[in-house]
Design a protein around this ligand. Sequence first.
Ligand code: AMP
Length: 210
Amino acid sequence: MNLIFLGPPGAGKGTLAVKVAEEYKIPHISTGDIFRAAIKNKTELGIKVKAIIDAGDLVSDDLTVALVKDRLAQDDTKKGFILDGFPRTIPQAEALEDITKIDAAVNFDIADEAVVERLSGRRVCKDCGTNFHIMFNKTKIEGKCDKCGGDLYTRDDDKIEAIKNRLVVYRKSTAPLINFYKTKGNLVDIDARPAPAVILKEFESKFPHK
Ligand code: AMP
């Protein structure tokens, strides 16, 4: 099952992708995670993309497509994969057509106000990367990760100005992909407002295990 998770930032694509990857035994490929790891490790790629990502802008299509092409060439993607946060532009989607076949584009449907509420309250563990939320998914000890005890931080791109910019970028560059995949007949809408467990149930009903 070759899947794309499409939707605005903060729609819960990453959260669901982690669960689906575990359950369906396919890798979760998040371009955002790949970029963040590169930034954390101060690699050449990380140094190149840091300012772009902090501002909530998009990394160039060429760089991102090359990265995904490399990742999809690895053996663990043979039985399927989830692409989370890629493609984000029409040129990326067109490039992906030349790399592999996509079975479905899952569109996470949610209003902008809910996105702002989710992203501005998101806190991430600096050690293991687990996501929490100051209202919807509190940690037992404030500011400390429940999983590993690491300190929590707010992503630079989860600061309010960057969130607003990410939404503008999403509407302009990424939302047109909804029609792109609808026209191809492989768009599947998911209501992204409920809790993750409810969304997972909806996903399972739309993508039954073989
Ligand atoms: P995400 O975690 O998916 O919200 O991604 C975080 C940031 O990484 C985005 O705001 C972009 O700056 C960058 N990024 C992730 N995926 C892509 C992509 N497919 N194309 C361009 N930039 C991307």
